[in-house]
Design a protein around this ligand. Structure first.
Ligand code: COA
Length: 327
């Protein structure tokens, strides 16, 4: 008989755009070097959406793969929660656009704005929806962040990439979500932001001239925040799951910077071989980074059904989110 107290992952999918932009390509565009980018971030290349692709297009492709993995059809989906900081439009939500493109006629749809923590935040929202009666909730992290990057600003443009990942959340027979931790510190909202284009500072010719419609980041402050929060939130989720760090099979951290991940692993005293890192090939894909890394590790035969996983994200807001689950 189905143990309906458990809620977990029914299927996973990911998609990255075809075009690859390498560090060597960037050397031809701005004053940077492969050596600087590699040693400071661990990134070697990133994928960039084509002119025709917006976040919803990437999200639809990841969603279709997750549905296939779960052996479900679009008609089986009753909720779509999309995490993105590079939505197709300020409104309507990217989730609604994805709902329309999929033809998921039974689904409620809305976005979650939690920066690079968005995918884990959205998983917890899906968990709540399933707990209160939804059946199959599609969670998508999708980013066409290249559209918001200032390609003249070497301190940010080398870091980011485009892509999408998706998961179907529903009732499972074994495993499922064991614990999670969410948090925010809005006093740091100005550290990572697109300043212009909202109701605080609408678009004008003047602020476009000042490049304020592009992503702005205070890199060193975000770096310090990430190193501090990553171990802290991981420990809280483990506590809630009643597990020790040694019980984990894999950690999938938000893929922002290898130096952030290495510092967090040291503080957590986690075996490096248990950490999924793929940012050398994708850069920071924000809300898409955790599911892209997850899908890839499953395809590579690293992560297997029954493994205990720790997902952990941090980013704009500032926000953080971690989740322990049995896959
Ligand atoms: N190529 C070459 N030089 C660069 C460069 C680039 N792409 N970007 C910056 N530099 C230069 C700076 O101008 C600076 O030069 P200066 O000393 O002459 O002024 C020097 O490199 C050092 O810059 P700094 O910003 O101190 O480097 P850093 O070691 O802090 O690394 C980041 C910068 C962005 C890689 C780092 O701060 C970081 O990873 N922050 C967190 C970013 C992040 O993960 N954000 C997303 C969170 S979701």
């Amino acid at each position: 008989m189905k143990d309906t107290s458990r809620i977990g992952i029914l299927g996973l999918g990911a998609y990255v755009p075809e075009r690859i932009l390498t560090n060597l390509d960037l050397e031809k565009m701005i004053d940077t070097s492969d050596e600087w980018i590699t040693t400071r971030t661990g990134i070697k290349q990133r994928h960039i959406a084509s002119r025709e692709e917006a976040s919803s297009d990437l999200g639809v492709k990841a969603a279709l793969e997750a549905l296939k993995d779960a052996d479900l059809g679009v008609e089986d989906i009753d909720g779509i929660v999309t995490a993105t900081l590079s939505p197709d439009h300020i409104f309507p939500s990217t989730a609604c656009i994805i709902q329309g493109k999929l033809g998921a006629v039974k689904a409620a749809a809305f976005d979650v704005g939690a920066g690079c923590s968005g995918f884990v935040y959205a998983l917890t929202v899906a968990l709540g929806l399933v707990e209160t009666g939804f059946e199959n909730v599609l969670v998508i992290g999708t980013e066409a962040i290249s559209r918001f990057v200032n390609w003249q600003d070497r301190s940010t443009c080398v870091l980011f990439g485009d892509g999408a990942g998706a998961a179907i959340v529903g009732r499972v027979n074994k495993g499922g979500v064991l614990g999670f931790d969410l948090g925010s510190d809005g006093s740091g909202h100005g550290l990572l932001t697109v300043p212009v284009g909202g109701s605080r500072e609408p678009v004008t010719v003047g602020n476009i001239d000042q490049n304020r419609h592009f992503l702005y980041m205070s890199g060193s402050e975000v770096f310090r925040f990430a190193v501090r929060i990553l171990p802290k939130t991981s420990k809280k989720a483990l506590e809630k799951a009643n597990l020790n760090i040694s019980d984990l099979d894999w950690m999938i951290p938000h893929q922002a910077n290898t130096r952030i991940i290495d510092a967090a692993i040291d503080l957590l005293q986690l075996d490096k071989n248990k950490v999924i890192v793929n940012l050398e090939r994708y850069g920071n894909t924000s809300a898409a980074s955790i599911p892209i890394a997850w899908v890839e590790a499953v395809k590579d035969g690293k992560i297997k059904s029954g493994d205990k996983l720790l997902l952990v994200g941090f980013g704009a807001g500032l926000t953080w989110a971690s989740m322990v689950l049995e896959y």
